[in-house]
Design a protein around this ligand. Structure first.
Ligand SMILES: Nc1ncnc2c1ncn2[C@@H]1O[C@H](COP(=O)(O)OP(=O)(O)OP(=O)(O)O)[C@@H](O)[C@H]1O
Ligand SMILES: [Mg+2]
Length: 1026
């Protein structure tokens, strides 16, 4: 009865989600009857995979009157729930009825449709409920020939802990144990199995399980998409006539979301996600890979079943005694391409796995048979003894004892099922009563309905607000209390009143209550479909009195809706954030992604803050939208990114985490929090050492902001003195930096005005030297917040790979930097000229805190000239360049400069001597002829210079104008704030006007001076004034 069974694999692609639609996603998945093709949205490269089944559930469907998603036209290509069941569910059912173990696994990224396929939503029932329904139909049809026994169990694996979703009593800490038995293999000790007689009963139990899952998730602040759900149906068929018993186990598994922590941030995290967060999923992947390798004939020494809970429990399903099907679910969107491809690759490996399924004969039935046979033997012997007249002998007594024992056992085995059924029936009656009562309450009272991040767990908990006054909070001892649990929920959190057909909510003292996105502090009336958030993140939809309810679609108030509303209250709105759209009303997809990241992270940040508070970690988390334009040398202003600012409340130390790092840390925080909750604060719970504490990190220099120093003046060899504004990632002014760009000689002497060029191409192929001078920093905001801090300026030049840093300066809001670096281009290329004309030097301001090391330049790879200047175009430097340690080179450079200065002084002294000598001799040199040669270039250069000065002051002025435009009063500004704002705006406007006037005046004066000079030189001026 045994054969080789390959694991069967199906792929299913779902419709676009609202987010994907909003983002204008493209579908990158296409399907043939058995093939699935995916296209890389960047390279357009396609990959095709072949599986046993491919289900196109992306398009070509409509919602019928019953709410079912069905093909638009009969026979259409859309694969609905029933056609998926027709193949997969039916196969599982048939296998089970034949006596094989059968397993159905759903694998895919979060939100890809695993639960939709397995459990389903509303009328669109998934594989599990339909399978149960059909199973009991089969039971009914065959009940004359066969006695069926069905046991149902439902568990969740979260963080390697097994949670019994059907348990009646309080949950045991640490979860249930997985044990191993020679005959049974791995099993969960103490797991509740419920005897079932109908599909409806199974559905009720699934509801009960989902409810437990929902409350467990809120109590422990655990995310359901990280947990695996395993439903097991144990089916026993007793064919009394044939005296055969077939037993099979059906495992139905909704796996945790498969996405990996791919983003770079977490790779850079000191604490790797590791621990046990996705151990089951990782191990499952390893088991599947090893088995796939084995199927390809590779030598596989070890299959790591024992490394995780899910692989222990699914051992028969993978490479063992089971007929197994995997459904791989895909998002169709281009933005999920990487994950979808990874799912397809996973499925590709899984389809190679060979199982060996056998029809199972129950050991219990063996025993029954054996017991019956033994009893028959005993009876024969007893009758023989009686015949021999030895009824009272000791042998006969022993035989009678054995006989009674065996009969008891037989009886026990037969009555066990009946007992189980009776128990289940009692339970069922109890549940039925609860359900009827709930239905009655729904029709009488207003209530709040839970809304969860996982849609599968939304709408599961209903808390009724009956007439009178009700407290809501942790305390479940007082009779007038609606008991809830969750992060940041207080003992007495808020009070509801339901009087005169009006419901109000009043927060208790410091408790956090948000209604429709706004934090409330006093009694507030609730209206039908108001959104309520209690504590950090317990989200509920308020359902008003039955009369107020229409046939509205409540599902639009999903988790995203709640979070978008909160974000909007904080001033982050999808339209404002994405305002730099392409002008066609279509928001920029990358900005949309930022928005969704923001609303995804918002509740996580609230939870992290609450955990920090409860675990007394003393750190605060805050979301920031970083403008990446800060680091773009072209000044492009589109890219944005989310970062999380972490501040120590006591020391004011600051860290900035990437999104991926925060998400990773949040998982670890949850784990810590759950441990603390399980083990009880204070009673023996030891916080982790600092190096394993997810709330802590060693201090690192912090990027405070950037300033742009435009390099254009260097293309004209014009010295530039500039005060640049260092802008923080959110646009705040972090400091003013006084800087200079000084064209100079190889030895570092500043070039005079005569060196100014009209045409930058004159620089082509020539050597060019210039110095960057960082003079001083003013008004450092970083120092305003705390004085025991320092700063450093860093920058990158052209294509040089390394960053350069000025020495750090500490404890001063307006520190003198006095830092000078010289750069050399040995042979100016067109590319370098372009760089100078279109780019800015991005000067990064880094914040230092006590205990964090300075940033250092890496001198090894720097090429220096003999004079000690840093070579920008190393390749063209030839043998005139030598590498020198940077600090040595700096002093060498200083000496060289000094020497050069001396030489020039000597030359000019000599010249002066000569002139004096000449004068003494009475011979006057012709100054006019001497100067004429330099007249034109000098005047043009002065023109160029004047224009540059004007241009630069206009840049500053333009910046000011921008600032004026962007300045807005706070949304919640009161009268005083507004007065202050108007005054401030007036001052800025005055400054702006003055600056503008001054720039124009300077330009006029400069031009007038140049004209005057020119006339003077040509003699016109002197004649007209004489
Ligand atoms: N084939 C489908 N047709 C219509 N809607 C679907 C389909 N598949 C999924 N959806 C919808 O997509 C959303 C996410 O699906 P689902 O809850 O099944 O994801 P999941 O893979 O279980 O995610 P998680 O890992 O978070 O549990 C749901 O709102 C669901 O209704
Ligand atoms: Mg799910």
């Amino acid at each position: 009865m045994s054969g080789k069974d390959r694991v069967k694999v199906a792929v299913r692609v779902r419709p676009f989600s609202k987010r994907e639609e909003d983002a204008g996603s493209r579908c990158v998945v296409s399907m043939g009857p058995n093939t699935t093709t995916i296209m890389d949205p960047r390279s357009q490269q396609v990959r095709t995979f072949t599986f046993d089944y491919s289900y196109w559930s992306h398009s070509g469907f409509l919602r019928n009157k019953e709410g079912l998603f069905v093909p638009e036209e009969p026979g259409g290509r859309y694969a609905d729930q029933s056609s998926v069941f027709q193949d997969l569910g039916q196969a599982i059912l048939e296998n089970a009825l034949q006596g094989y173990n059968a397993t159905l696994l759903a694998y895919g990224q979060t939100g890809s449709g695993k639960s939709y396929s397995m459990v389903g939503y509303g009328p669109n029932k998934g594989l599990v409920p339909t399978l149960c329904e059909r199973l009991f139909q089969a039971v009914k049809v065959n009940q004359d020939t066969c006695q069926f026994q069905v046991f149902f169990s439902m568990l969740e694996i979260y963080n390697e802990q097994v949670i019994d979703l059907l348990a009646l009593g309080p949950r045991s800490g640490g979860g249930l144990k997985v044990r191993e038995d020679q005959q049974r293999g791995f099993y969960v000790e103490g797991l509740r199995r419920v005897a079932c007689k109908s599909g409806a009963q199974v559905e009720r139990m699934m509801e009960q399980g989902t409810r437990t899952r929902t409350t467990a998730a809120t109590h422990l602040n655990a995310s359901s998409s990280r947990s695996h759900m395993l439903i097991t149906l144990q089916l026993k068929q007793i064919f009394s006539k044939e005296s055969i018993t077939k037993e099979s186990t059906i495992n139905l598994v909704d796996l945790a979301g498969s996405e990996r922590q791919r983003t770079s941030g977490s790779e850079a995290d000191r604490l790797k996600e590791g621990t046990a967060i996705n151990l089951s999923l990782t191990t499952l992947g390893n088991v599947i890979s090893s088995l796939a390798d084995a199927a390809l004939g590779k030598r596989v020494v070890h299959i790591p079943y024992r490394d995780s809970v899910i692989t222990k429990l699914l051992q028969p399903a993978l490479g063992g005694n089971s007929r197994t099907i995997m459904v791989a679910t895909l998002s169709p969107a281009d933005m999920c391409y990487e994950e979808s491809l990874s799912t397809l690759r996973y499925a590709e490996r899984a389809k190679r796995i060979q199982n060996r399924a056998v029809v199972n004969e129950s050991p219990t039935e063996h025993l029954l048979k054996e017991l019956k046979a033994e009893n028959a033997k005993l009876l024969t012997r007893l009758s023989r003894l009686a015949d021999e007249g030895r009824q009272a002998s000791s042998e006969s007594k022993e035989l009678r004892r054995l006989l009674t024992h065996n009969e008891l056992q037989i009886c026990a085995i037969q009555t066990l099922w009946e007992q189980h059924l009776q128990e289940a029936l009692k339970d069922w009656e109890l549940q039925y009563a609860t359900m009827t009562q709930e239905r009655r309450m729904i029709q009488t009272f207003p209530y709040i309905l839970n809304v969860n991040e996982d849609p599968q767990l939304s709408g599961v908990v209903k808390l009724f607000i009956q007439e009178g006054e009700w407290n809501i909070g942790l305390s479940d001892s007082s009779p007038q209390t609606i008991a809830i649990k969750g992060l940041g929920i207080q003992e007495k959190h808020a009070a509801f009143t339901n009087l005169d057909r009006q419901v109000t909510i009043t927060p208790v003292s410091q408790a956090k209550v948000t209604v429709n996105g706004s934090l409330i502090s006093s009694r507030t009336e609730l209206h039908h479909l108001d959104r309520l958030i209690l504590g950090s993140n317990s989200t509920y939809l308020f359902i008003g009195f039955p009369l107020e309810r229409n046939a509205e679609d409540w599902s639009r108030y999903d988790y995203d809706y709640f979070q978008s509303e909160l974000a909007a209250a904080e001033g982050i709105h999808i339209h404002s954030l994405c305002s730099s759209s392409d002008g066609r009303g279509q928001p920029d997809p990358s900005l949309l992604a930022v928005f969704y990241d923001y609303i995804k992270l918002m509740p996580m940040v609230a939870e992290a803050n609450q955990m920090s508070q409860e675990l007394r970690k003393g750190v605060q988390f805050k979301l920031e939208i970083k403008n990446l334009a800060m680091s773009d040398s072209m000044g492009h202003d589109l890219e944005k990114e989310i970062a999380i600012r972490v501040t120590s409340e006591e020391t004011k130390q600051v860290w900035v985490w990437s999104k991926a790092k925060f998400v990773n840390r949040k998982f670890l925080m949850e784990e810590l929090y759950q441990q603390q909750v399980a083990e009880g604060a204070g009673s023996g719970w030891a916080p982790p050492p600092r190096d394993r504490d997810p709330f802590w990190d060693p201090l690192e220099p912090l990027h405070l902001g950037s300033a742009h120093l435009w390099l254009q003046s260097l293309a004209f060899r014009i010295r530039l003195e500039e005060q640049v504004e260092v802008l923080g990632p959110e646009g705040s002014e972090e400091a003013i930096l006084q800087t200079q760009l000084v064209p100079c000689s190889p030895a570092g002497l500043p070039l005079g005005e005569d060196a100014i060029l009209i045409d930058p191409t004159e620089l082509l192929d020539k050597r060019q030297d210039f110095q960057l001078v960082l003079e001083r920093c003013c008004g450092l905001r970083w120092l305003k917040e705390a004085r025991d801090r320092g700063v450093q300026i860093g920058f990158r030049m052209y294509t040089l790979p390394q960053a350069f840093y000025a020495p750090s300066v500490w404890h001063n809001m307006n520190p003198v930097l006095d830092h000078r670096v010289q750069f050399t281009v040995m042979k100016t290329s067109q590319d370098f000229l372009n760089y100078l004309q279109t780019n800015a030097l991005v000067l990064d301001l880094w914040g230092l805190q006590a205990g964090c090391a300075d940033l250092t330049s890496s001198p090894e790879s720097v090429m220096l000239t003999q004079e000690g200047s840093i070579v920008i175009d190393g390749a063209g430097a030839g043998d005139r360049v030598m590498p020198l340690p940077l600090d040595l080179s700096v002093s060498y450079q200083a000496l060289q400069q000094e020497l050069e200065r001396m030489k020039i002084i000597i030359v000019s002294l000599r010249k002066e001597n000569n002139v004096l000598r000449e004068q003494l001799k009475g011979t006057k040199p012709s100054r006019r002829s001497e100067r004429r040669g330099s007249l034109r270039p000098s005047c043009d250069a002065e023109f160029a210079r004047a224009l540059k000065v004007f241009y630069h002051s206009m840049t500053t002025i333009r910046g000011q104008l921008q600032k004026l435009r962007c300045n807005k009063p706070k949304d919640d500004a009161d009268h005083a704030d507004l007065t202050f704002f108007v005054e401030e705006q007036g001052r800025l406007l005055r400054d702006f006007g003055e600056q503008l006037e001054q720039s124009v005046t300077v330009l006029k004066q400069d031009v007038a001076a140049i004209v005057r000079k020119k006339r003077e030189k040509s003699g016109i001026w002197s004649t007209s004034t004489s």
